[in-house]
Design a protein around this ligand. Structure first.
Ligand SMILES: [Zn+2]
Length: 106
């Protein structure tokens, strides 16, 4: 089963592997391996490897891309919040300095 929940997708990635199908007379027994895609994720320290059917590959890739965009947005928001907080503190420090003569610890 492929993950349906976003939290399973966030720390996962799609990987390609060349595999043998197991059929006796298949071309893969002579070295022409089949291409298979897996979604590999880690949760609670355990790795999970899920086979992605070809028909689902594009959908899973898009979900992974979407998840990466979402996390990048969150990181940017966090960075901007920290910068705003830094600016606010600096302005407060200057305000105190101008009005009370000395900067205070806060
Ligand atoms: Zn085969």
């Amino acid at each position: 089963m492929l993950p349906k929940k976003n939290d399973l997708i966030t720390n996962g990635g799609v990987y390609r592997q060349m595999v043998r199908c197991g059929k006796a007379n298949c071309r893969c027994t002579k070295g022409q391996m089949h291409e298979a895609h897996y979604f590999i994720t880690r949760r609670y320290g355990r790795q999970r490897k899920l086979y992605i059917p070809k028909a689902k590959l594009e959908e899973v890739l898009e979900a992974v891309r979407e998840s990466r965009r979402y996390r990048a947005n969150n990181r940017n928001l966090m960075r901007r919040s920290i910068e705003l907080l830094r600016i606010s503190r600096e302005q407060l420090r200057q305000f105190k300095e101008q009005n009370f003569g000395h900067p205070e610890e806060f």
